[in-house]
Design a protein around this ligand. Structure first.
Ligand code: HEM
Length: 150
């Protein structure tokens, strides 16, 4: 698949993932915490997860594929020896942390969500949103040659 088409899929995924989490974090969460009403959050989650999780999957597949097209396969990851590989490795680390938060939210917090657990759920939502924004910012460095730690 052409790099340009992969980038278009990647940006569509980013729009849904980062955009959706910013709406949740800034638009819905304040009302949920003020009214202490978990149902507002659950009804958003039910609608959003149908496109949110596929969007994350599209970004992972298109991102790894683009990384390979740049010449950085799995054996080059986490060396931080090349500016573009450094961006790819940092994004994979942030993706790993995002998956841990997503699993914790879906299996430990959401199933028994109550007014008492809303601050803990808020911590998950704010963390995943900040991780998504960080991956967006990191991705924008590639067109400028990546990040040089050396
Ligand atoms: C929440 C997850 C992610 C978000 C929001 C995200 C967002 C972005 C954005 C906005 C760009 C900049 C595109 C441009 O300059 O036009 C980008 C580029 C890139 N991303 Fe991601 N990304 C994510 C996950 C990943 C993952 C897991 C990888 C896998 C290694 C990855 C690999 C790349 C690569 C290689 C580029 C450079 C594409 C290019 O400039 O040709 N991304 N990403």
């Amino acid at each position: 698949m052409s790099h340009h088409l992969l980038l278009i899929f990647h940006l569509l995924g980013a729009a849904i993932w980062v955009g959706g989490h910013l709406v949740l974090c800034l638009g819905i969460l304040p009302e949920v915490l003020k009214k202490k009403d978990p149902e507002i959050l659950l009804s958003f989650e039910r609608k959003y997860e149908k496109i949110g999780l596929p969007a994350l999957l599209v970004m992972v597949v298109s991102g790894v594929w683009m990384a390979y097209q740049f010449g950085f396969g799995v054996s080059e990851w986490f060396h931080f020896s090349n500016p573009v590989e450094t961006v790819v490795s940092l994004k994979l680390l942030l993706l790993f942390i995002t998956v841990i938060f997503a699993l914790s939210a879906n299996f430990l917090v959401l199933p028994k969500l109550s007014a008492e657990k809303l601050p803990l759920m808020a911590f998950h939502i704010v963390s995943v949103t900040l991780l998504g924004v960080a991956m967006l910012v990191l991705g924008s460095f590639v067109r400028y040659g990546g990040i040089n730690f050396n």
